[in-house]
Design a protein around this ligand. Structure first.
Ligand code: FE2
Length: 193
């Protein structure tokens, strides 16, 4: 029997080799910017979640340059594996600061091609990023078996510091409610072609 995996929905993960060196100044930089920059995402349902979407572009901020370059290289590697020959064009980048009880509703980044989330400050037990299948819900789905990818209808990404996840921008995802007292900070990137 031959099975074709139609319409795959890949998610890549990779760890920044120098996260422990870059995290401290970047975290402080994000916190400082929060005090001087209004929040973005005016059309988001999650109003309390601080973010700089379409308000402050980190792609133009020298403090983020090394991280931006590393993420771009990873995104390029990912799009090559997806069979896309065209060069990625950085579209926008922003950061999100989650305080207790913050979450983010289901959404996608369909205005671009590849999206990325970098966990800058978090614990693995913090709110996870939740991806759901693009296939319609079906009550007859088999029970979940971790070792059988055909049973998966959702996927949780644990927010491990220094981890970058990459996915096609059309993937629907959300963020669980953040229940810890410590801040959870993520950096988000979008790339077009
Ligand atoms: Fe998102």
């Amino acid at each position: 029997m031959q099975i074709i995996d139609l319409f795959s929905a890949p998610i890549a993960s990779v760890y920044h080799p120098d996260h422990s060196k870059i995290k401290k100044p970047l975290i402080q930089h994000c916190i400082n910017l929060k005090s001087t920059t209004p929040s973005g995402g005016s059309n988001w349902i999650s109003k309390s979640l601080y973010n700089t979407f379409n308000i402050y572009d980190i792609l133009k901020d020298n403090a983020f340059e090394d991280l931006n370059n590393w993420v771009y290289d990873q995104a390029t590697d990912f799009k090559n594996k997806l069979g896309q020959d065209k060069k990625l064009i950085p579209s926008r980048g922003w950061f999100n600061i989650y305080t207790k009880k913050d979450s983010q509703e289901f959404h996608n980044h369909n205005f671009d091609y590849i999206s990325a989330i970098y966990y800058l400050k978090s614990k693995p037990s913090d709110a996870r990023t939740y991806f759901k299948s693009h296939l319609p819900d079906n009550p007859n789905n088999p029970s979940f078996k971790a070792d059988n990818k055909y049973t998966w209808v959702n996927y949780f990404s644990r927010p491990e510091e220094g981890k970058l996840i990459l996915f096609r921008s059309s993937m629907e995802h959300c963020v669980e409610t953040h229940t810890a007292d410590d801040l959870r900070i993520t950096v988000a990137y979008n790339y077009g072609i």
